[in-house]
Design a protein around this ligand. Sequence first.
Ligand code: SAM
Length: 257
Amino acid sequence: MKAKKHLGQNFLKSGKALRDIILAAKISGEDIVVEIGPGKGALTEKVLESAGKVIAIEKDEELIPVLEEKFKEEIKSKKLILLKDDILTFDLSKLPKKYKIVANIPFYITGAILEKFLESKYQPSVMALIVQKEVAERVVARDGKESILSMSVRVFGEPKFVSKIPARYFSPEPKVDSAILLIENIKNTLKESQKDEFFRLVKGGFSQKRKTLIKNLSGLGIKRELLEEKFKELSLDQNIRAEKLSLSDWLLLLKSI
Ligand code: SAM
């Protein structure tokens, strides 16, 4: 069967990468693991060895019979629930209360997956994901520069860059390297009523990279004098740029403006 590019199909063929993601997610027999895009089941097989139960959601209907055949026993014993569905439209309220996500996700929907699971009322406790290496680096702000992406993840959990996975560990080989991104301690830091304002502030703050945060935020219609006063109260440099502001300072700003 030919891999489908439009579904981001790059199948893992490295035992080491499989072991590393399982270890990172600290899966135990009590865990219910949700896997996005089981593909031909390489990662599913490893997750099944350590988790109590696995729910695997695959969009490609051609892969369903392959998985049904491979995991006949596990499906029969209900250790594996295999669902043919699109993760982007899947109703997360159908998932158990507590679960972990472990997945080698298709690159083309990385942002949408992070947003859907982290912003949901039905969040996972942990996400261990294989993503494009540069994305993992940006999420953890490896170069010391925060971004809309890093703040959008950090406000819900603690991201960690676990390890690089070279492109040659996949078949077919993608053009870029990947990495294991772990997000732990996921919780709803923001109240439902604060979410829109938080993202409005962050997006506004990063709107023009070279400009100071005060200048960018005043572009949102917030009075410059008010911003200068609040920055003084919070002991923030008046010339600070958004990329240097920590999550705790963003949250203080959110409360005070
Ligand atoms: N888990 C397998 C592995 O590691 O070898 C396959 C990973 S491959 C990068 C991504 C998988 O996600 C493919 O099986 C693809 O068909 C599936 N997929 C793509 N878009 C999807 C979507 N919207 N919902 C669910 N699965 C999707």
